[in-house]
Design a binder for this molecule. Structure first.
Ligand SMILES: [Zn+2]
Ligand SMILES: [Zn+2]
Length: 300
């Protein structure tokens, strides 16, 4: 039977604390197997709200090690250990191993106490950590036949986008990035692209902003995408569906959607936290011609 993919947007927010949007985190469903992509603030809480048992997650992918994408990892790791003895696999860029070990070190005393009560160390201390060495195909022993490819993005620290491909369906998660041709190449003919849209029109950043905010907004242009840039990449990749995410508080969602649809004829989704989005099937994409790369993006 065909493997079906689905995405649950656990957190569509940014580094800014926001009651409406939790830190960046998504679930990719490979049939009924949830794979966690990034571990933003409140991820365990969002998983509970989405009725996803922490113990059912055996794979976590980190796009990069910025705080907003990993703040929830410690709570997830320790919380999962309460109910699961299964080995966790953590995949991420160079530095992921050290990050995981720092979390264990930080809670060393508490972990030692729990071990002294007789709790087995399995599910915590046996975590399998895979650091990605370069862009390209990577072999991960996922439970289903899923091909995995990565590409390095443009961001202030090492960031990898991930493409999951079942042969029937494919989904790409950009992580944080400025517009980059590598994302277009990675996403050629993808069914779904989940793309950073931190620079969406925003009421906080458009009304009488201070010099400091102006400076920050300008700097952010080098590290993130706006809806038009995200949509142009989706269009060049001939993707079927574009999910925008990583929104700052005050994001104007209607205008964001409108701007993206100017450049991308496929479906544009500006999700809220906990939205579940079905990945379109290959059939509906057959009418599209083969992907041709358009103009090259360069760093702003
Ligand atoms: Zn980042
Ligand atoms: Zn971020």
């Amino acid at each position: 039977m065909m493997t079906k993919l689905k995405v649950t947007m656990l957190g569509t927010g940014s580094p800014w604390p926001d009651v409406e949007r939790s830190g960046p985190a998504q679930i990719l469903w490979i049939d009924d197997q949830p794979i966690l992509i990034d571990c933003g603030e409140k991820v365990s809480y969002q998983l509970s709200k989405a009725n996803i048992d922490l113990a059912s997650i055996d794979y976590v992918f980190l796009t990069h090690l910025h705080a907003d994408h990993i703040l929830g990892y410690g709570q997830f790791l320790l919380g999962r250990w309460f109910s699961s003895r299964k080995k966790l696999t953590l995949i991420g860029p160079k530095g992921t191993k050290q990050f995981h070990q720092q979390i264990l070190k930080m809670y060393e005393e508490d972990i030692a106490y729990k071990l002294s009560l007789g709790r087995p160390s399995e599910g915590l201390l046996d975590t399998n950590i895979i650091e990605i060495e370069s862009s390209g195909e990577i072999e991960i022993d996922l439970p289903k036949q899923v091909k995995l490819r990565t590409a390095e993005m443009i961001h202030s620290i090492l960031t990898y986008a991930y493409r999951f491909d079942t042969g029937e369906q494919s989904v790409v998660f950009s992580g944080d990035t400025a517009p980059v041709d590598e994302l277009v190449k990675l996403s050629l003919n993808a069914d779904t692209m989940v793309v950073d849209c931190c620079l969406a029109p925003n009421k906080i950043y458009s009304e009488n902003i201070s010099e400091e905010r102006k400076r920050i907004w300008k700097e952010l242009q080098k590290e993130h995408c706006d809806p038009e840039q995200a949509a142009k990449m989706a269009s060049q990749a001939e993707a079927k569906q574009l999910i925008l995410t990583h929104f700052l508080p005050g994001t104007l969602t209607d205008i964001t959607h409108l701007l993206a649809t100017k450049h991308f004829a496929g479906e544009v989704i500006v999700p809220a936290d906990l939205d579940e989005i079905l990945v379109p099937g290959r059939k509906s994409r057959e009418s599209l011609s083969n992907g041709q790369l358009g103009k090259k993006y360069s760093r702003a």
